[in-house]
Design a protein around this ligand. Structure first.
Ligand SMILES: *Cc1c(COP(=O)(O)O)cnc(C)c1O
Length: 394
């Protein structure tokens, strides 16, 4: 097959869609007004922000007044967790529950709070990367102020039983936050039905630009600000609105949520072909549940090779992929998610994450399936460990 460029790292970021870009363009040079100004140029921008807020609300079953734009998923996670913790502390509740395999925007926020007088319980996940809601129920105490559990994992793609966890938190009267950055556009989300109090989402994982996101905060929950300053976002989040980003996010989230079943059928078929073909290579394993996983997520460990070498070799072939979380590449620590599902360090190191989407073609899959086995074989032939691993029974 002729050399091609295959982008298979959509969990790290996505290409901005034509639709999101076209919607945003006028707000750079024509309608560039400040959305807080009272003349027409500003009012036009304010109207565009209002429309986008409605689009985001509609996509997750929220009310328009429950959506606050942020600079991205990380800010939304920080806001939800730090400010829910602060509200809890005022009532003497300083216990937080989260899981071991969250994104670092959640984990590092919790670690920061733990250094500042909060107690954090980390719920484990099973070997398939699933959280058991009963573990969360059992961990809730009188002084628990917040449960934070991600909707879908960014590395192994597992989709969590969020409605069940939401029901538990509701009955125990504990605030429930979910990082839904990876789930948006993959799974139907209804914050009301699922009893979600706080939710984080990000634009650049769903074909909007980087640097824009949103937090949903249920009506009646009145967390204080993370960012102080002007009266934007109904006084809750200061900073002149990123109008083009907001408009792009509104358009991107509408597009992402309007045809989930069709996308699911197409993308999961390509995903399953990748998984079943790659698993034919000896000494490999699939990470994460085979069924309860995001339509575009493939995460496979190849024993006897280094993920970094695999990525570099694939890049030379024109394939962009990841060996874990983009945030941890550059560090040699194995992924905390792969360790959490029980992988030994050595196996975790040899993992490959391919995240495809609706823009991926069958030819792209053919190309990946042509290149990966060759690269794996070459790297294994150079590995001093491979001879030993090959004769292992496991
Ligand atoms: C990408 C990601 C984030 C961070 O979002 P940014 O917009 O990049 O700050 C948070 N959580 C998860 C699960 C992610 O995949």
């Amino acid at each position: 097959m002729e050399k091609r460029f295959v982008y298979a790292d959509n969990a790290a970021t996505t290409r901005v869609s034509d639709r999101a870009l076209a919607a945003a363009m006028p707000y750079f040079q024509e309608c560039y007004g400040n959305a807080s100004s009272i003349y027409s140029l500003g009012m036009n921008a304010a109207r565009a922000v209002m429309k986008a807020r409605q689009q985001v609300a509609d996509a997750i079953g929220a009310k328009v007044g429950e959506i606050y734009f942020t600079s991205g998923g990380s800010e939304a996670d920080n806001w939800a967790i730090k400010c829910a913790a602060e509200a809890g502390a005022k009532k003497g509740k300083k216990h937080i529950i989260t899981t071991v395999f969250e994104h670092h925007a959640v984990l590092h926020t919790c670690e920061y709070l733990a250094k500042n007088g909060f107690e954090v319980t980390y719920i484990p996940v099973d070997e398939f990367g699933m959280v058991n809601p009963t573990d969360i129920e059992n961990a809730i105490r009188e002084d628990t102020c917040l449960v934070s559990c991600m909707f879908a994992n960014n590395e192994i793609g597992t989709i969590q039983p969020i409605a069940e966890i939401g029901a538990i938190c509701k009955s125990k009267k504990v605030l429930f936050h979910t990082d839904a950055v990876q789930a948006i556009g993959n799974v139907e989300i209804d914050v009301a039905k699922m009893n979600i109090d706080l939710l984080s989402l990000s634009g650049h994982k769903i074909h909007a630009p980087k640097g824009i996101g949103a937090m949903y905060m249920r009506n009646g929950i009145n967390l204080v600000n993370l960012i102080h300053g002007g009266a934007q976002e109904r006084t809750k989040r200061a900073g002149t609105e990123n109008v083009p980003g907001i408009v792009a996010l509104g358009e991107a989230i509408t597009a992402a949520c309007e045809n989930i079943p069709e996308k699911q059928a197409k993308v999961s078929k390509m995903r399953d072909r990748l998984i079943s073909e790659l698993l034919k290579i000896e000494k490999t394993r699939l990470n994460g549940d085979a069924h309860k996983r995001l339509m575009g997520n493939v995460n496979i460990s190849f024993r006897g090779i280094e993920g970094e070498s695999l990525l570099l070799s694939l890049d030379l072939e024109g394939i962009s992929a990841s060996s874990g979380s983009a945030c941890t590449s550059g560090s040699l620590d194995p992924s905390h998610v792969l360790l959490a599902i029980g992988l030994p360090h050595e196996t975790a190191h040899g993992s490959l994450r391919l995240t495809i989407n609706e823009d991926t073609t069958d030819e792209d899959i053919d190309y990946i399936l042509e290149k990966v086995p060759v690269v794996v074989e070459r790297l294994r032939a150079m590995s001093p460990l491979w001879e030993r691993i090959k004769s292992d029974d496991v």
